[in-house]
Design a protein around this ligand. Sequence first.
Ligand code: SF4
Ligand code: SF4
Length: 420
Amino acid sequence: MIQLTKKRTVDDINRKIENGDANIYTAEEFKKLIKKDSAPGFDEVDVVTCGTCGVMSGTAAILNFIVAEPGEFIRASEVYMNGVPAYAGPCPNEWLGSVDVILHGTAHSIYDESYGGGFLLKEILEGKSVDVRVESADGKTIENTITKADITRAQIIGARMAFKNYTAFTNPGREPVKSIFSAVPLEGNLRGLTFSGCGDLNPLQNDIPHNVIRQGSRVLLNGAVGYVLGDGTRSSAEKPNLMLSADLCQMDPYYLGGFKTGQGGEVYDTVAVPIPVLNEEIYNNLLITDDEIDLPVADIKGRHLPLDSTDYGRMWTDHDLRPQYDRTKCGTCEKCTVEEICPTNAFSAERLNLAYCFGCGMCANYCRHDAFEMNTGSVDLTINDRNVNVPIICRQSDRLRANKLSMKLKNMIENKVFRL
Ligand code: SF4
Ligand code: SF4
């Protein structure tokens, strides 16, 4: 048995950071070196910042804001924000004119199913106005408009975040299937595959035994400094995820938002976690790469029946992270399919807004005149004794955002504004 003896403490690493001579890599930088067979050894790496970005349905926000003068109503019984229902309470705020609410990132507007909590949270952070309607316990309706400046306190709690093990889905049946795993019904006869997960960048993938990612660990959640509260809901040793929390008002709107699916609006978040390389076991766990991480492929109907399996190397290696839009090829169709299906509303009026783009690949797969170019790849599968090459048509995780937040965390550690 090999003896793992090399060790260092968090204080040792903090001293090196203080002196400006710590070796800090993002997971992307570190994995690139591993893939080139030139990974820095244990003595040459102190911290690796890992990240993930994807649809994280467990996202909820607890908010307090003022909607009326004190004494105007007794307490809220129903609250709607841009038509999205938020749960009134838990604090009743009797006669104060303010409300406490819990808003689910997956809640849908009563006017438009494709708009929901995720889109609303992004708009709040962007400083946009939000229409609020309160139905009070004493039978009054209070209508007002608020912005981020009217919010006295807001905290995000993610009940299930940074999920490590996902499943990819395809549809072997004949009829298209509507689901939360694709912005449009997933066509039958194995015409496409949808998947989630940032593979070897995911923090939990790089610390499978939870040697350093624990209750109380500091993280970046959508750009704000936050904490691990503990295991997330449905977390298990095989399929771990985290419960995280951070101040909503400190977050950067780039890193969170809404994501349209076949079952209405969902919510995406971005998480970055530092892994201090304290011993050789932690170092060895960081050596995992995409092609060593399995990804089962299941029938979109039923979800848990694996049909075949692939790996994250096939999902991400050499594929594009963003599309290119060529206006000269745009046929200006009567109804633009891309505008309709783009999960983050990044394309409208012949303009691609890369700040909103999630790199899902739907535009390149659905544009009627190939005005979008983006290689999202395909995967060879054997399903029901049939060998098929299935194109990857929808990615519900975004490695570009994950990389950017990991880089931000690396810079914050180097600049001593994020202490391990
Ligand atoms: S579907 Fe494609 S070609 Fe048609 S209007 Fe939209 S972007 Fe242009
Ligand atoms: S890749 Fe295309 S469809 Fe997906 S978010 Fe970006 S513009 Fe929209």
